[in-house]
Design a protein around this ligand. Structure first.
Ligand code: PEP
Ligand code: MN
Length: 265
């Protein structure tokens, strides 16, 4: 069980430090699943910033089920994230899949994401633990809470205390109407078990944009410290995860609704 106060994870961004933690405003991370081109990432950055997001997310290296699916634009996407970071002032969060890419990702990213599929890639966890950028650790889709906390422990044990835990839905028996089952019960459970800050990702958690706003609000009501929301300027044309992506307008409405229930931005 947790001993003592909740931790604060401070992430430096061009606009200044952003704090994740129980006693701080809800931090919202928004952006497309994948960085597709310069126009879309800059436009998304500017729109989500105007709505109150503090971080831009976007994949350069994508973990796709099929090897024939779009795998991300890699290094050129990192350059576009650097540009979007510069023009928007937002912090950047992007995923590392291969430790060989870690240094060049850490040059651009303010926070490094370890995805659900790599949650128990222990050699990768040791390497993100041995560098200094804060880490966003997504829950594996079949990981128990114990598995997840022990994965976080790998990062902490390697010397990096700055870990945020992100619930993104787990596999249950029904995939007909939802992509995953968003486990919102982890919010109070993690609060009891760990001092680390909590993020909820209702985009991957549900798989459908129409379900994202209610689950985002529920996450805040449950006490989540932060949210990750996929946003794309034209979800129908997205190269990955279009069905679960909000338009910038829908994201803006959600941010206003989150303000209504209290703790947001
Ligand atoms: C993502 O954030 O785009 C992603 C691939 O997430 P997850 O690892 O949770 O599937
Ligand atoms: Mn995605």
């Amino acid at each position: 069980y947790r001993h003592g106060e909740a931790s604060e994870v401070v992430v430096n961004t061009p606009d200044g430090p952003v704090v994740f933690g129980e006693h701080h405003p809800v931090v919202v991370v928004a952006g497309p699943c994948s960085v597709e081109n310069e126009d879309m990432i800059i436009e998304t950055a500017q729109r989500v910033k105007a709505s109150g997001a503090k971080f831009l997310r976007g994949g350069a290296y994508k973990p796709r089920t099929s090897p024939y699916a779009f795998q991300g634009h890699g290094e050129s996407a990192l350059e576009l994230l650097a540009k979007a970071r510069e023009v928007s002032g937002l912090g950047v969060i992007t995923e590392v899949m291969d430790a060989a890419d870690l240094d060049k990702i850490a040059e651009v990213a303010d926070m490094i994401q370890v995805g659900a599929r790599n949650m128990q890639n222990f050699s990768l966890l040791k390497k993100v633990g041995a560098q200094s950028k804060p880490v966003l650790l997504k829950r594996g889709m079949a990981a128990t809470i114990e598995d997840w906390l022990m994965a976080a422990e790998y990062v902490l044990a390697a010397g990096n205390p700055n870990v945020v835990l992100c619930e993104r839905g787990i596999r249950t028996f029904d995939r007909q109407y939802t992509r995953n089952t968003l486990d919102l019960s982890v919010v109070p459970v993690l609060r009891k078990l760990t001092h680390l800050p909590i993020m909820i990702d209702p985009s991957h958690g549900t798989g459908w944009s129409e379900f994202v706003p209610s689950m985002a609000m529920a996450a805040i009501a449950a006490g989540s410290d932060s949210l990750m929301i996929e946003v794309h300027p034209n979800p129908k044309k997205a190269m990955s995860d279009g069905p679960q992506s909000l338009t910038p307008d829908a994201f803006d409405r959600l941010m206003q609704e989150l303000g209504v229930i209290g703790k947001a931005v």
